[in-house]
Design a protein around this ligand. Sequence first.
Ligand code: GDP
Length: 467
Amino acid sequence: TSLADSLSRSVERATNTVSETFFEPTLRLGVTGLSRAGKTVFITSLVANLMDRGRMPGLVAQSEGRILTAFLQPQPDDTLPRFDYEHHLAALTARAPYWPEGTRAVSELRVSLKVRPSGLLSGLQGPRTVHLDIVDYPGEWLLDLGLMEKSYAEWSEDMLERMEQRPDPERFRTMATTEAGAAKLEEPVAQRLAHAYTAALHAARAEGFSDCSPGRFLLPGDLAGSPVLTFSPLPPSKAVRGSLYREFERRFDAYKARVVKPFFQDHFSRLDRQIVLVDALGAIHAGPRAVEDLRRTLADILTAFRPGASSFLSSLFLGRRIDRILFAATKADHLHHTQHAQLTAIMEALTRDARDRARFAGAETQAMSLAALRATTEEMLPHEGQTLPVVRGTLMSTGRPAAFYAGDLPEDPNHILTTARQGAERWLDGDYPAMAFAPAALTLKPGEGPPHIRLDRAAQFLIGDRL
Ligand code: GDP
């Protein structure tokens, strides 16, 4: 049936594509990134700026005055949660603004743009409507792709090995023994193991480690507590029927078939464009190990954009594929603009392997630094006989204004990456303080979107060619 299924899906998809291209073209934009990378803020500010069109000079159709209106419409997917745009925008634009709750699961929003055609056609054709379907989903879920081609035994081995490098592996390890696996399945034991494993993933996340699979253990959505999420890696054991090991193996397979596969099939494989948001500054602050872990995790995440890399994925894509991918370092407003080029270079280096491969697979890629919502202003501050380029904003911790110097990012990004790869505990020649600013109170004039850095350039790369 799976062949018949795929065929009928591809016919259905082809038919949709034909009718969409001739009448009202639809562009499906995926927005992803690990938790707290900035997805929610990005989508909210992008949509607000598209709707108001006040601060989008870098979006060519906008600067040419061809975007006549932008409006929200009911999305085409009836069973998918809607991205809670109004709520999130209200948080960011409140009199005392606050950051909205981040992404926990997949959601979608349709923005429709009425656009006057450019060039030769402009005199002949009236305005067209282009639908932009924005699909928000946790980057953690992409990591699960790596599970599809692994057996339970292989995955267990990988994860147990990785845990050795991470904070406090003891508690889980003392529970996850060969004997425990061989013993008869007892649900309370299964739950204790799953809880301890999940706690270890959370602890690793808190220390800046990124690869915490399975993705749904951290962001379970409505699957919390269900058997597909109640397992953990175990060392190999001579497992017999009815043993804990056998049951965990079965649950792992169910997780792949019932959780991972439907996500890739129903959402991921239908995207046209993708932005991958990365909190590179956050990882740099956390230290060399976190940067190395981020680099590896990105490489894993990005295999999802190489359909050829996985037979599972190639079976889903059937001709359609993502043709533009933007890798964006977020929260660039934590840095004075004189350092943005260095941040972009680090972003480029972090994603280099993956970008080379994506290009090979026919997708155009770009790296960029942006701030979806600018929370700081820039200043030059005298300091010990020099002037330092600093940013000023309201600290989350104290609610007071403060000026921050982010540290000197090296000209050569390999400096950062090599130190990270060598597994150093700390940076040798720099200190990069943690920063968390509250969103600034905005006084927006009518038609003005929230302030940002290069959000318009990101939009141009992602959708500009279709407007
Ligand atoms: P998500 O988990 O990927 O949806 O991440 P969010 O969009 O919720 O962002 C996580 C946090 O990062 C926010 O609560 C803010 O503290 C911070 N953040 C996100 N975008 C920006 C930005 O453009 N500038 C600044 N200064 N902070 C940001």
